[in-house]
Design a protein around this ligand. Structure first.
Ligand SMILES: [Zn+2]
Length: 328
């Protein structure tokens, strides 16, 4: 029995490590996906809102798939340095050309999140064309996840956890610890107006370049803040399901967050806007199919949507206990 329990604990701790090193934490994935729903124009917004609980609760499904599917991991990142000097500017924007240039094995080794986004996008267009509610929600969710990952700077570099610069643990610090600590200070209301994306490839690579450009400052600020922290207060040891793990302390996280100013908040909003644009564009590219037959537009539903939109527009979602990640 003891053996069995320890095996379960090892499995769970492996899962936690995989999830924490693979994308925004569940908290931001869920929140970015939730915000994207509010930014949609109707009739899409009503349809997505009718499915918002499913969308948010499955927001990290692609991370979970990594535990059972070995091909999954490479879909979440791109170690751009491994594709050669200047690859961020010169890599082909389309998958077929990239495979010809680098080989599929290379893409699987160094990651290919930009191409995965476009694959998911095509699947979503197809799901809209077939007006299959379950498929639409499934692919919309997965598409959102990969877009959100592509906007995490550490998903665009081979120094993905600060492991090459003696800053190990930076990944979870930036994308999980800080947003979870600081969300009450974030402005979650986006001024962006959801628009049709004509050149999806270009928009994906613009987002990647934007995220990648944040890296030097991220590494530098960590070093600056660390100057005031001896190791004893910079890190704490935390028990994660039976395994002692060294992580950045909350005190360090708060000072580092201040040093980064609004960077993480901006990336959260930027990726959420991008998700809304891509969902909307997929619906347009599918020929704007009618969605009214796919969900029940009840009074209760409409009332809840109005309430959430009011709260969102005042940036009060957290105070009004409407952040779904807090319930999960
Ligand atoms: Zn991920």
């Amino acid at each position: 029995m003891k053996n069995f329990l320890s095996r379960i604990l090892i499995f769970i701790s492996c899962f936690i490590i995989v999830v924490s090193l693979s994308s925004w934490g569940f908290y931001v994935h869920e929140t970015a996906t939730q915000l994207a729903v509010y930014n949609l124009p109707n009739p899409l917004r009503k349809f997505f809102f009718a499915n918002i609980d499913s969308l948010t609760s499955n927001a990290i499904r692609p991370d979970k798939r990594r535990n059972t599917d070995k091909t999954e991991a490479a879909k979440h990142f791109i170690d751009i340095e491994n594709y050669g000097n200047g690859a961020m500017l010169t890599m082909p924007h389309n998958l077929q050309t990239a495979v010809l240039k680098y080989s599929l094995d290379t893409l699987k080794k160094y990651g290919y999140v930009p191409y995965q986004i476009l694959i998911e996008y095509d699947s979503l267009v197809n799901a809209f064309k077939h007006t299959n509610s379950d498929s639409i929600i499934f692919y919309a969710d997965d598409l959102a996840h990969y877009i959100e990952d592509a906007n995490v700077p550490l998903h665009t570099t081979n120094n993905y956890d600060g492991q090459l610069t003696d800053q190990k643990g930076l990944h979870a610090l930036w994308e999980s610890t800080i947003p979870e600590l600081e969300l009450s200070n974030y402005n979650l209301l986006s001024k962006h107006k959801t628009t049709y994306v004509k050149n999806k490839e270009e928009v994906v690579w613009t987002a990647l370049r934007r995220a990648h450009a944040l890296l030097p400052e991220m590494f530098m600020k960590e070093q600056e803040v660390a100057e005031n922290f001896p190791d004893s207060s910079k890190y704490i040891s935390k028990m994660y399901y039976g395994k002692m793990t060294k992580v950045y302390s909350n005190e360090f996280a708060k000072q580092y967050a201040t040093a980064l100013s609004s960077t993480i908040n901006d990336q959260l909003n930027y990726c959420s806007d991008m998700v809304a644009d891509f969902w909307y564009s997929a619906w347009v590219d599918a020929g704007k199919p009618k969605l009214t037959q796919l969900y029940k537009c009840t009074n209760k539903n409409s009332k809840e949507l109005r309430k959430e939109l009011r709260s969102y527009k005042k940036n009060n979602l957290l105070e009004d206990s409407l952040i779904r990640a807090n319930k999960d």
